[in-house]
Design a protein around this ligand. Structure first.
Ligand code: ASP
Ligand code: MG
Length: 426
């Protein structure tokens, strides 16, 4: 029996006409496996739509960027220039309405954002058909895909996706809340859509198609010796994602794991390569085994000297802003939470009484098996490179992490990679 994959293509993989053609060639090459396709909006479109929604609500005149961008795609692909007219017209009228209203709620913003995926699904489906592959665009938000609770896609989702002619090209990122209103799944939500769809369809695997070879042993722009990690366990992948490895979709891993599926990160530019396989597998092959190095260029330290805000309140506020605490340190004199730097973190600190923000630090972490012994080796590498460690988080787990001066981050990442991943470990 052929087990169909769910193939998800991110915005970067759909950036322009040539990229869309490449994606369609990859899908066509696997059409006999009856895949289901999930798409993100074309690169940059979600951010563009968000800007347009905010500027409309602020009373500014509508810009033409979204329309021009999609018309360019249609003409690059030689598709009917009227294919998206209904969507573009509806989007324009929603933006006009926002301008009249003068305010932007979450529901209206989500509605505006939804046009990105709705239009990219139409473009990809039309391009597939043009190439002789039957395909139909499917809007996922009215099919019972809910982001709440167990995040289970309802059977309606499965039957609707199975019912369409040809290959279903499903909108990523869009879902329905408890009241049946359209909602979105947050940044990179399409990965989660793909995993939920795979779970509903009992698909063979979740394929995340990107413009990079797969999960690398370190960021190749920082470490020239970085190489492809051919396979890893869900646990290690989750830890790596938690350390800021942006190629991994933290939220998509859980539904896939729960459904007993594996996840594969693949490269649209080298479609015959096998990429990185993430699968359930027994822990720790014994000995020290570093798998990858991750880093965060800038973390802020939110300190609670005591009094004012509690740690639980701080976590709750960070959760609401979708900021994940990276490291938390409780010691005499108070608690410090290190989190990715950015406007949201600054805002959280400003809004909560007694919370102070400290200068930025960077992290460098090694993820792998070996526990404290791996941590000890990692510390030796950092010391040998003459890098001052502000804090170290070492232990029996799978992450050994160091906070360092941002100016020393790259040196720290290289030292860890060279010392632990470019040599055969004893
Ligand atoms: N288009 C959305 C984003 O840019 C969702 C996704 O790409 O997965 O975050
Ligand atoms: Mg994206």
């Amino acid at each position: 029996m052929v087990v169909s994959p769910v193939m998800k293509f991110g915005g970067a993989a759909l950036a322009d006409g040539a990229a869309v053609r490449r994606v369609c060639a990859v899908v066509a090459g696997r059409a006999r496996q009856h895949p289901a396709v999930v798409v993100s909006a074309h690169a940059g479109v979600t951010a563009l739509l968000e800007r347009q929604a905010r500027s409309a609500a602020a009373g500014h005149r509508r810009s033409d960027e979204v329309r021009v961008r999609h018309h360019t795609l249609l003409s690059q692909l030689g598709l009917d220039s009227e294919l998206l007219d209904r969507h573009l017209w509806e989007l324009a009228s929603v933006l006009d309405e926002l301008r009249g209203r003068g305010e932007l709620g979450r529901a209206q913003l989500d509605f505006v954002l939804s046009f990105g995926e709705r239009m990219s699904a139409r473009i990809v489906a039309a391009c597939l058909r043009e190439g002789g592959v039957p395909a139909t665009a499917v809007d996922a938000f009215d099919l019972g895909l809910t982001p709440d609770g167990a995040m289970r896609a309802r059977p309606a989702f499965e039957s609707a996706v199975r019912a369409v002619p040809g290959i279903p090209v499903v909108t990523g990122f869009l879902a329905q809340d408890g009241e049946g209103n359209l909602t979105t799944l947050g940044p990179n939500g399409s990965d989660l859509t793909a995993a939920l769809l795979a779970e509903a369809l009992e698909a063979g695997e979740v394929q995340l198609w990107k413009t990079v070879p797969g999960v690398m042993s370190a960021d190749p722009s920082l470490v020239p010796g970085a190489r492809l990690v051919e396979s890893m366990s869900f646990s290690l992948a989750a830890e790596l994602a938690g350390q800021g490895a942006s190629v991994l979709p933290p939220r998509a891993l859980e539904p896939a794991r729960r459904a007993g599926l594996c996840v594969r990160v693949l490269d649209v530019n080298q479609p015959t390569r096998s990429g990185t396989l993430i699968e359930e597998r027994p822990e720790g092959e014994g000995g020290v085994r570093a798998v990858a190095v991750a880093s965060e260029p800038a973390l802020v330290a939110l300190s609670l000297p005591g009094g004012g805000t509690t740690l639980a309140e701080l976590f709750a506020r960070m959760g609401a802003q979708r900021i994940a605490p990276r490291f938390t340190l409780a010691e005499r004199g108070g608690v410090t939470v290190f989190a990715p730097a950015g406007v949201s973190a600054e805002r959280v600190a400003r809004d909560l009484p007694g919370v102070s923000v400290r200068r930025e630090v960077a992290s460098a972490a090694v993820v792998g098996h070996g526990g404290a012994l791996l941590g000890a080796r990692a510390l030796e590498q950092i010391n040998a490179a003459g890098i001052t460690v502000e804090r170290a988080f070492l232990g029996s787990g799978r992450v050994q992490a160091f906070l360092v001066d941002p100016a020393r981050r790259v040196a720290a990442v290289r030292a860890l990679h060279e010392g632990l991943l470019e040599v055969a470990l004893a």
